[in-house]
Design a protein around this ligand. Sequence first.
Ligand SMILES: CCCCCCCC/C=C\CCCCCCCC(=O)N[C@@H](CO)[C@H](O)/C=C/CCCCCCCCCCCCC
Ligand SMILES: [Ca+2]
Ligand SMILES: [Zn+2]
Length: 264
Amino acid sequence: MPSIFSYQSSEVDWCEDNFQHSELVAEFYNTFSNVSFFFFGPLLLVLMHPYAKQRSRNIQGVCVLFMFIGLFSMYFHMTLSFLGQLLDELSILWLLAYNYGLWMPRCYFPAFLKGNRSHFYRLVVITTVISSFMSLLKPVANAYALNSIALHILYVLHQEYKKTSNKELRHLIEVSVILWAIAMTSWISDRALCGFWQRIHFSYLHSIWHLLISATFPYGMAIMLLVDAQYEMPEKSLKLRYWPCDTWPVGVPYVELPDNGKCC
Ligand SMILES: CCCCCCCC/C=C\CCCCCCCC(=O)N[C@@H](CO)[C@H](O)/C=C/CCCCCCCCCCCCC
Ligand SMILES: [Ca+2]
Ligand SMILES: [Zn+2]
């Protein structure tokens, strides 16, 4: 039985051909497409620094966890090892759990918690610890289970989209759903239609997934902070900004607390 550290000890293997460009890196493009995690993570850390200082440092923890996902995902695609697969999947699970605990609006808590956030946080931690152990039972199903959490997030976004009249928030939700849908299509297509992609010599769909899902992250953060502010501090409206410039057609969204007026 191979050790959990060995190359190709994971049951999961993506469509990209292995060891095409290096003897050390199993899936070259799938490995290096994770650099986008080291672009968006540090960028958001810097852009959100004023918010983190004034409102909550948790956002910094979220950005650091996001960079760990990129690191573990690189390790996984480089080795296709079982340990790499578990680190990749468990870091995603804990990032989602952290976000749920911090920002899930109270109206979506189970009724028996009566809107108590610290009880909800405890419930999320317990569920995540149990799920972490369960991930060892059928590792090949883990990625599907993780993707199904996105369906619950979509449900929450749909409810918030219906409730809000804030055009900026609606725009963020629309763009994030489009990005996620294209990312998801690439992920499924890499798994389900690999023969076709290999025949046309384009087996890079999983790399495209990495780029798109990491680009969804700043949108997810901005949406959650705006929604959280609407519920938890309705007297203060957060300012939505885009990097590098608010007026450019494409940019990375982030939020600022009012009276932090900078102009690009
Ligand atoms: C109230 C909660 C709000 C949470 C918002 C969180 C937004 C998080 C955005 C991005 C998370 C990045 C996850 C990237 C994973 C990259 C690593 C990877 O590719 N791993 C694969 C193997 O290499 C593995 O097969 C992937 C498994 C599936 C991961 C599922 C991630 C779910 C992401 C949920 C995003 C929802 C966004 C919805 C926006 C419309
Ligand atoms: Ca492969
Ligand atoms: Zn991946």
